[in-house]
Ligand binder design. Structure first.
Ligand code: IDP
Ligand code: MG
Length: 138
């Protein structure tokens, strides 16, 4: 099976109506969309998803932001999906993101940064499974 990674189009990007442009960039970069849906994350879900950041100073702000409006969750597959998608989205802080990256183009700030991306091959698998049953993936 090809590598998997999870994209979340975050509430800031959905509010700006740039979901379509973000999805197009992902498709143009050779990723296969295996699953996609809109979601309104609950505090419990967002808290659990970002569990690894619980002790970080921005944790509460992050959970509050991620539950502030609808998101789009997308399961992606491709060879080398995790690293290639991180390259496509750019650095966490849009001020440091490379030209042409999704965060450079669409993020507002280090917190409100348009998209989520998995950070390892193992987390890519686990994060896709967090949002999708295997039977929901095309
Ligand atoms: P990543 O999304 O590039 O992997 P992480 O360090 O894993 O970045 O942080 C997860 C998310 O937490 C970021 O995408 C961003 O939304 C938020 N975040 C990270 N650092 C800060 C910060 O210093 N202030 C506010 N929010 C932050
Ligand atoms: Mg991360």
């Amino acid at each position: 099976m090809a590598e998997r990674t999870l994209c979340i189009i975050k509430p800031d990007a959905v509010k700006k109506n740039v979901q379509g442009s973000i999805i197009q960039k992902i498709l143009d970069s050779g990723f296969k969309m295996k699953g996609m849906r809109m979601a309104q994350l609950s505090e419990r879900e967002a808290g659990l998803f970002y569990e690894i950041h619980r002790e970080r100073p921005f944790y509460k702000e992050l959970v509050s932001f991620m539950t502030s409006g609808p998101v789009v969750v997308i399961a992606l597959e491709k060879e080398n999906a995790v690293a290639d998608y991180r390259t496509l989205i750019g650095a966490t802080d849009p001020a440091e993101a490379a030209e042409g990256t999704i965060r450079k183009l669409f993020a507002s700030s280090k917190g409100e940064n348009a998209v989520h991306g998995s950070d390892s091959v193992e987390n890519g698998m686990n994060e896709v499974a967090f949002f999708f049953r295997e039977s929901e993936l095309a």
